[in-house]
Design a protein around this ligand. Sequence first.
Ligand code: DGL
Length: 269
Amino acid sequence: MVYDDRPIGVFDSGLGGLTVVRALLDLVPGADVVYFGDTGRFPYGNKPAYEVMKYSLEIVDLLLEHDVGMIVIACNSAAAVALDHLRDRLDVPVVGVIEPGLRAARRATRAGRVGVIGTVGTISSGAYQRTAAQLEPCLELTCAACPGFVEFVEQGDVESDQVHVLAERLLAPVRQACVDTLVLGCTHYPLLARTIADVMGPDVVLVSSADETAFEVRAELDEPVRRRPDRSEPRRVKFMTSGDPTMFRELGARFLGPEVEQVEAWSWS
Ligand code: DGL
């Protein structure tokens, strides 16, 4: 048996990808993780595709310098533009969040009417519509961009009256479409789940791609290379940010948990 003990490299524009890291820590025991949050250049969702592609390639190069054995693009905006390119270009497996989110939605929906909310970049890229047409053609999608949500999360504000008012306005199209399932197509949005659930009402199932993505990572690790079962040393989780490490640590610990202890500063010079 060949073992691959290299860490999993995970990235996002900021804190949102920590929702995926939480699922990885819970569902893929024993795997080391290196996380990069590009907080210094966030948000990605309102930037042109070529710029998000450039940032994604730079981060992947950085993660590969940390000898990661797999890349998880824990950012819908980056996955929407860079997933295919990275899969073609890299020797290590690359997992995104769009396919897992749609798979989870197909399992959750009763009537097939599924809403997808995401950043302007993700929604206007058409990545959800294209992927659903290929993999889950039975789903009837209603997509809506939610500009402003990510900024609230990065400020640590996930439940104020202002977020609630914004959510009422931005979620109107998916409410009018009477969706029974809503894909949180931005990894920041699970942190707003309470507000989004209040607005959508109890009959709508909220789907985060985090757990499903972690299951996909686990399947990748199991086949054909297995994690060493008898590993005795504690798991290593490393966090890096291009923004303010103190703020990242404080909010990261609040959103992800005590695993966010030390955060290294990174500068794109
Ligand atoms: N968390 C990201 C996503 O899933 C990025 C949001 C942003 O930076 O605009 O889309």
